[in-house]
Design a protein around this ligand. Sequence first.
Ligand SMILES: C[S@@+](CC[C@H](N)C(=O)[O-])C[C@H]1O[C@@H](n2cnc3c(N)ncnc32)[C@H](O)[C@@H]1O
Length: 269
Amino acid sequence: MIDRKLVKAAKVQRYRDVEHAEAYKGRFRDGVGKVRDLIEQTFVRRHVDGWILDAGIGTGRFSVPLSWMGHPVVGVDASLPMLDAVRTELGDKIDLVKCDVELLPFRSDKFDSIVCIRVIFHLPQYKEVLAEFLRVLKPGGRLMFDVLSHEHRQLARRMAKWLRVPIPSPSTDPLDFHLSLEAKEIYQLVRNCGARCIELRSYDCLSTYWVGKVPPLKRLVRLVLRLPWLAELWAKTEVSLGPLLSPYLTARHFVVVEMPAFSSKQELG
Ligand SMILES: C[S@@+](CC[C@H](N)C(=O)[O-])C[C@H]1O[C@@H](n2cnc3c(N)ncnc32)[C@H](O)[C@@H]1O
């Protein structure tokens, strides 16, 4: 049984470290990180509109370009060093608030879009966090988030057993908590709170088990992705493959949720 409070505290603390905030910025500059960034930026830009909340803004990977494109953005994060990094880039072009995503200091029905990438999968309180997002989202508004693919995790475990690769026993380190869900669980979760999942995309083939566990493949991926045009080509290919990409072959789900234009907001079960 995981201690939900302990996990959340450990995750929040991790990003309060200034050095971690500095290092985080570099993660998406090249290689696999660059590919992930290009794919996520493409998905996000397809759906954002109006007043945007960037929840768990980090160093502003999404908000910095969106603000320069003219979108009004509010960014929230539990880490001051992360918020400082955004402030350095955008000054007063953006509203920044230090708070917990589970308890947002905003009135209901305030935002047209919410972007929450690489945050929810750190939090065992994901149901409460989603309910809070849907509270502040306007009717007809859209929420974008990602989680790890449980389909892929299960397949990887089965393959490890089959190949007789030792499977580490479940970690007790709260930092090792990473939420994975199956597509059908995501649809159910979203339905339970009276919203609709309008897009569910499988992506991130390069963070899969086989790339991680097969050293020659890992080295090859690292080598070829040093070429920026190849990183771009890979990202474009993943985006255009669309629904053809199976969640068994990709590490993540990208989810787009829409609040019905007229609905009574319900609590998540
Ligand atoms: C992996 S980073 C993602 C940053 C950004 N969304 C991106 O994709 O580049 C996770 C961010 O979520 C923030 N965070 C984690 N738990 C949080 C919480 N409970 N409330 C607010 N922010 C949180 C961290 O401080 C960190 O900046």
